[in-house]
Design a protein around this ligand. Structure first.
Ligand code: FES
Length: 158
C-alpha cells in the first residue's frame, strides 16, 4: 500500500494549502515520515511523485533538514542540543550521561527499538540548557536525574 492509498485525504488537504505541488514537499515528507517512521527511499519516491519533483531533489531536502530521518528510528527520538551555547552549559557531559543511561552512543537506537539518541544543532532554547526534544516536544533544563526519570516513564517502568 502506498502513502497515497493510506493517507489520500491528508495528502489532498496538504496539497490544497500550497500554490504549487512542489511547495508541499516538506509537509508531505512529514506525513511520509509519520506513516513509515522515516524517509525511506520508497517514501522519497512517493513524495517526488506527488510533488512532480525529481527524487534526488526530494532526497536533498531530507538530507538537509535534521528533522527528517533517513534511517529507521526508535519509538522515541531524543535530540539533545550540543551546539556551542549549550556545550558551555554542560551539554557534552549531559550527552554522555544520556548515552550511559540508554546504553547506546549518540546516533544509535536502543536494541528494543524504544529510543534513538541524537545530538543536534541549536534548537533555539539556549537559555534553558541542557535542552532536548523528545519526538519534537521540548524538555528544558534537563538534569541527569530528570533524564533518567523521563526515560523510565517513557519505558513504562515507573
Ligand atoms: S545552542 Fe542549544 S538550544 Fe541553542
Amino acid at each position: 500500500m502506498t502513502l497515497k492509498d493510506k493517507r489520500s485525504a491528508d495528502i489532498e488537504i496538504i496539497l490544497s494549502k500550497y500554490p504549487t505541488k512542489r511547495s508541499a514537499v516538506m509537509p508531505l515528507l512529514y506525513l511520509a515520515q509519520e506513516e513509515y517512521g522515516y524517509c525511506s527511499d520508497e517514501a522519497i519516491r512517493e513524495v517526488a511523485d506527488l510533488t512532480a519533483l525529481d527524487p534526488t531533489e526530494v532526497k536533498s531536502v531530507v538530507g538537509f533538514y535534521t528533522m527528517f530521518f533517513e534511517e529507521k528510528t526508535g519509538q522515541y527520538v531524543i535530540e539533545v542540543c550540543d551546539d556551542l551555547p549549550c556545550a558551555l552549559k554542560g551539554a557534552d557531559a549531559f550527552v554522555h550521561h544520556c548515552e550511559r543511561k540508554l546504553g547506546v552512543r549518540a546516533g544509535q537506537t536502543t536494541p528494543d527499538g524504544k529510543f534513538t539518541l541524537r545530538t543536534v544543532m541549536c534548537i533555539a532554547a539556549c537559555d534553558r540548557a541542557p535542552v532536548a526534544q523528545v519526538n519534537r516536544e521540548y524538555r528544558y533544563s534537563l538534569t541527569p536525574d530528570g533524564f533518567d526519570k523521563m526515560v523510565d516513564e517513557l519505558k513504562g517502568t515507573v
